[in-house]
Design a protein around this ligand. Structure first.
Ligand code: ADP
Ligand code: MG
Length: 324
């Protein structure tokens, strides 16, 4: 199978109608997209490298899902509507069964968001998946990291920490093997390999919330980026952090580490004015996405973690940094 046959067979889908925003899809030198009049383009790119972002031998359908999910999550965190994406793929070989499963996982999520594959590049090389996603939003409505204000409520969607526990189980880390309940790995693994991008919530928050980002490297570390960009601080009331059933058996320190330093959560962390609490609840309901109010933004810099009695809890916040 040559390069063009591979693209035709696995990525150029005949018989699937392209949504209105795509004037021209795969097959020419460029794709042509038409954002709605007066809208801005939102562009983001995320790369998944074998052995770095996923284990050798990861289920290809899950990889197809995750490669697009992490990109849609960036659009969600900006409040943008997905328009389409490109796929740059390096493959060690043209394995038909692998490509079929990969494309299935990829297109299932793409179709669910009416976000079609409009182009890409294919080459031989170590397995590497790079997606660029394009979205649109109205000027002035983007959820930027630097827009948090003192007094804002701090929210997180869904819940954090399960992906981290899955990762530690797959790595065979002793504390994870010791404390995770038997039989939880398939569920936890789903959270690691099949994150749900919070696109509907992000769109509902555009023009309503102040600052937002998606949590990919740990809640505390990513919150640090938002605080720094906004020139503010925050506190988190730890009892308000949602705890997944599969994390409830962990000793408190390990549980907290999963919750706030986890990684690969792809939940939205955002701030909004206290006057908008009802509107935020409505946005959560309309997007069928659970949302928890976990703390507050302050003028005083730094992040404080508070226990049920309002006392500070010491735990060095640390996000994941590829070059640390
Ligand atoms: P060019 O030489 O102009 O870069 P290519 O020969 O690389 O074009 O690709 C031919 C067409 O197939 C282009 O429209 C390109 O966007 C598309 N394409 C290539 N690889 C992929 C891929 N992995 N997924 C989707 N479309 C792809
Ligand atoms: Mg090319």
């Amino acid at each position: 199978m040559g390069e063009f046959e591979l693209i035709r067979r696995h990525f150029q889908r005949s018989g699937v109608a392209l949504p209105d925003q795509v004037a021209l899809g795969i097959g020419d030198d460029c794709a042509l997209l038409q954002p709605a009049p007066g809208h801005q383009l939102a562009v983001s790119c995320d790369m998944l490298v074998e052995g770095r972002h996923f284990f050798v031998g990861t289920n290809p359908a899950s990889l197809g899902h995750k490669a697009l999910a992490v990109n849609l999550s960036d659009l969600a965190a900006m409040g943008a509507r997905p328009l389409g994406f490109t796929l740059a793929l390096a493959l060690p070989s043209a394995n038909d069964a692998w490509l079929t499963a990969f494309a299935q996982g990829l297109f299932a999520l793409a179709d669910a968001h009416a976000c079609p594959l409009v182009g890409g590049d294919t080459t031989r090389g170590p397995l590497n998946i790079c997606i660029t996603v394009l979205g649109e939003l109205r000027p002035g409505q983007a959820l930027r990291r630097g827009a948090a204000q003192p007094g804002d409520d701090l929210y997180v969607s869904g819940r954090t920490g399960e992906a981290r526990l899955a990762l530690e189980l797959l790595l065979g880390t002793p504390w994870a093997l010791e404390h995770a309940a038997p039989g939880t790995l398939p569920r936890l693994r789903e959270r690691l390999e099949r994150p749900v991008p919070r696109v509907a919530l992000g769109r509902a928050l555009a023009g309503l919330a102040h600052a937002a980002l998606d949590v990919s490297d740990g809640l505390a570390g990513d919150l640090g980026h938002l605080l720094q960009a906004s020139g503010v601080g925050a506190h988190i009331e730890l009892p308000h952090l949602p705890v997944a059933p599969d994390l409830q058996a962990l000793p408190p320190a390990l549980q907290l580490d999963c919750l706030i330093n986890g990684g690969d959560d792809y939940e939205l962390l955002f701030t909004a004015a206290p006057a908008d609490r009802t509107a935020i609840e409505a946005a959560a309901q309309a997007s069928e996405t659970p949302v928890h109010r976990i703390g507050q933004i302050s003028a005083a810099l730094g992040l404080r973690l508070l226990d049920a009695a309002g006392q500070p809890v010491a735990l060095a916040p640390r996000g994941f940094d590829h070059f640390a």
